[in-house]
Unconditional design. Sequence first.
Length: 164
Amino acid sequence: MWLINLIVVFVSFLSMEGVAWVTHKYLMHGLLWGLHEDHHRKNPSSFFEKNDYFFLIFALPGIACLATGIYTDHHIFLYTGIGITLFGFAYFMVHDVFIHQRFKLLRNADNFYFKAIRRAHKMHHKHLGKEDGECFGMLFVPLQYFKDAIKAEREARKNRSANA
């Protein structure tokens, strides 16, 4: 039974990347642009943005699943809620802490995965309006950014050995 529960957590976590991508592309850059717009400004006016309301919006399904799973005999909801909540934590750590440096942690993370994610997000933010966006995902970005990060790492290693 624990394996099934673990699979539910894992599938829920992975599914949230798709939910985040669709929501980001079609709602945040569509109907709900008014809440997301300040996130695309070059210099935000304060620490908090209207975009931060999405934290609450995305937390609600996780809270509902956790509560349903705890207070009923439908434990699949509990493990679904755990997967959603874990994704929310990962999203916060990658997006707010690592990429946007809202908290000065993980500044020097130096591996190809983090470089690829940071580059893809930078490409997303090069568009200040709601149209013409790209790279709407968070934890899984197009393969090209991983290839670019690996290539840049090889170039850096080559330059370091040439200068040594």
